[in-house]
Design a protein around this ligand. Sequence first.
Ligand code: NAD
Length: 514
Amino acid sequence: MHNPGSVTPERFPAQEYFADGAQFIAGRLTKGTSGRTHAVVDPATGEDVYTYELAGTADVDAAVAAARAAFPGWSGATPGERSDALHRFAAVLAERADDFARAESLQCGKPLKLTREFDIPGTIDNTAFFAGAARHLQGQSAGEYSGDHTSYVRREPIGVVGSIAPWNYPLQMAAWKILPAIAAGNTIVLKPAELTPLTSLMFAQAATEAGIPDGVINIITGTGKEAGEHLVGHPDVAMTSFTGSTAVGKRVAEIATATVKRIHLELGGKAPFVVFDDADLEAAVNGAVAGSLINTGQDCTAATRAYVQRPLYEAFVQKTAALMASVRVGDPFAPGTDLGPLISHVQRDRVAGFVDRARAYARVVTGGEAPQGDLKNGAYYRPTLVADAAQDSEIVQSELFGPVLVVLPFDTDDEGIALANDTPYGLAASAWSRDVYRANRATREIKAGCVWINDHIPIISEMPHGGYKASGFGKDMSAYSFEEYTQIKHVMFDNTAVARKDWHRTIFGDRQQN
Ligand code: NAD
């Protein structure tokens, strides 16, 4: 195996690093056995950077068997032992931070400043959080609730977790799935998206290096249809956790339901960004540009629909368009780049299609095109602002997953909040106001798993992330994620030592005379 500490070239040398294959089963890399290969493409150049053998169903079976074999030992470790292993894991990640940043930037096209300052530190912090949280699994206190018994609750791991992750934040999504699961004593098989396997594999390797036993974390890299569906339906997998689109989430739920698995679904989003007329306009404009363009807009919580109260509307449109036009689109590895390409040419063309169709019913204020020149081979698209679309138009209602913000006016506060709630999604939202009552009302009435006030995007390890409505259910990060990855057992001890209990009379005989 390549020594991860020795990587120096500017673009991450994926082919050399993962020459042994893209399946990580029982602590080592192997090649997939599906008989088909897949190429990871650098979206900034369109060039293949790593061709690997996809996992087949036999590889999924082997990974599940490894996770099953590791379960008794790992679930039987003390919380302190698991915590120590996770602390060592965080330290190994910190040592490898630069390799992780380069690999993530290579496979996703994210600017290095984003991976170095957001994706990687966030993942290290998450690992450190779960190292601590492993020792603080909370439960109800023991008590004599019936009078005659002592009841208490055990919080137990579930078994082998099968997880599926998307391509937009491959490392963070792997971390959000793996860390709470293993902190609680489960073992796991994770399938990253075919486009972006590199950092999930590196994450599992780092765990092994930190002393987390073989088989606790397994990565299988295959297609959703073949490897993904086999994992979700596998009889030895006790729980499915999925992050991805709502359409695929429905399919995953169907398969998991047929085998009575616990399900955790983090699905799509279409976050509203509501600007009331007393807001700090400059703060709102900066927030809208950062909040809509983060990760080239391929963020499930990204600001996608700005609703601006009429007195601020035209100024907001003009200032936001000007700031968007100043954002530097370029190679993810070049200094000074603000915005990289989308994940693929397919995704870029999909986003361009939405904007092109919107020209018939809305105003494209800035962007709306792919840059040419040096960037013509990459999957780039300019930051785009679309104004005056109707609320029921596809660009307002559908998840695009690209660097596109739509902006619409509203008149009354009631209307602004109603429009914010008027899509099937409910993952995240923000409201912008200097009036505490208005802001507080927005936090109560917007139906979303997270509502920011006067900001949009920040996340923290201590707080939960997860959706309402068609954005799914279940929480990632925070102590709340243990609700997903543990099961609750009620233990009830009789305290009377009486052979014939009083309640038995409801089944046989009459009340006993004492
Ligand atoms: P996707 O749904 O196409 O794919 C997600 C994963 O599911 C991939 O690993 C894919 O291989 C797998 N998959 C595809 N078909 C499958 C099937 N039939 N059975 C099992 N697995 C299957 O999503 P994507 O395009 O990779 O990612 C973008 C989507 O993810 C967006 O909708 C975005 O909003 C969502 N997302 C949500 C969150 C959240 O926390 N709610 C976070 C990140 C991304």
